[in-house]
Design a protein around this ligand. Structure first.
Ligand code: FES
Length: 103
């Protein structure tokens, strides 16, 4: 079953910023990195800390809890073989649609 989260243009983060979105039980971070959008689960796969306050270094997001880094450009492979959950993004005009369906 498709689970889609639609974000209208007026709720999109401006360049260099992020927003925290909630959809049912999921918390999703939407980043705007130099005009490219990335959506990942807010929960760090290491120990569950929120990634919302993580520092962004280019496309690398550093978890504020223990410092693991996840590359938003490459499906978020991280250190120690763990990955942040990334979600595909599609666009309908200026509406961003994040696909939360499990693969
Ligand atoms: S909870 Fe994110 S690195 Fe440990």
């Amino acid at each position: 079953m498709k689970r889609l989260l639609e974000i209208p243009a007026d709720r999109l983060p401006v360049e260099g910023q992020r927003v925290l979105l909630r959809h049912e039980e999921k918390s999703v971070l939407l980043f705007n990195v130099a005009g490219t959008f990335h959506a990942i689960d807010d929960s760090c796969p290491h120990s569950g800390a929120s990634l919302f306050a993580g520092k962004l270094h280019g496309t690398f997001l550093q978890c504020p809890a223990h410092g693991l880094r996840f590359n938003l450009d490459e499906g978020c492979p991280g250190a120690m073989g763990i990955k942040a959950k990334a979600y595909p993004i599609n666009w309908q005009g200026e509406v961003c649609i994040v696909d939360l369906s499990e693969s």
